[in-house]
Write a protein that binds this ligand. Sequence first.
Ligand code: CTP
Ligand code: MG
Length: 234
Amino acid sequence: MDNKATIWAIVPAAGIGTRMQADKPKQYLALGSGTVLSHSLQRLASHPAISGIIVALAEHDPWWPTIEQNYPCPIITTIGGSTRADSVLYGLQTLATQTEDAWALVHDAARPCLRHSDIDKMLSILLPHPVGGILGMPVSDTMKRVNVDGTIINTVSRDGLWRAATPQLFRATALQQALISAKEKGQQVTDEASAMELSGHQPLMVAGHADNIKITLPQDLALAEHYLQQQEKV
Ligand code: CTP
Ligand code: MG
């Protein structure tokens, strides 16, 4: 294991939460004693292996100053882009001004229930790995491919199918290159692993807990609240 590895978290938080249909971006909605974003940041900042966090915010974000600002590691903000991939790329460019040769642990602002045990598992499996990898879960439902009119075309085999979550852990410079290369070629990437895959790398999938949900729809907030309470009981 690379015991001397420097690890920074990159948190894309520049989205507007269209599907959430709230009066502000979902990362700023109340959750437990804080907000969705403050929980996500706290989970990362309180992990002893994480040296600092770069948060990518929307330009002129009026909500950031209103949320918790006290975390047990340095937090640097930067301006995000019009896609998640751009927000992560700008975060990595900011990271490059802070430290060389770091690992970037990219984590969605909208996943406030991340467990320290899942970060530990990722670090022990991925820091010795030549590429890095991501947290995910095997799919458990029967999978169907469906037409735009709702007609089922066929049943897709579940074998080897996983849902990609975050964190996603890669060497910062390699990930930055992969994201730039995807952008230059006009390839849309919805996670960091897909940028790495398009650059010819083979990231690893690490099985995480199913309670690491991404808050996307209105009903997800109550579920996250429930998971946070359950986690406190353990
Ligand atoms: N994100 C970002 N920059 C963007 C778009 C998304 O930093 N231009 C961030 C979001 O803030 C979120 C994460 O990427 O933390 C995952 O994106 P998603 O769940 O799709 O959030 P939104 O794009 O805000 O939601 P929606 O797609 O419903 O609009
Ligand atoms: Mg989105």
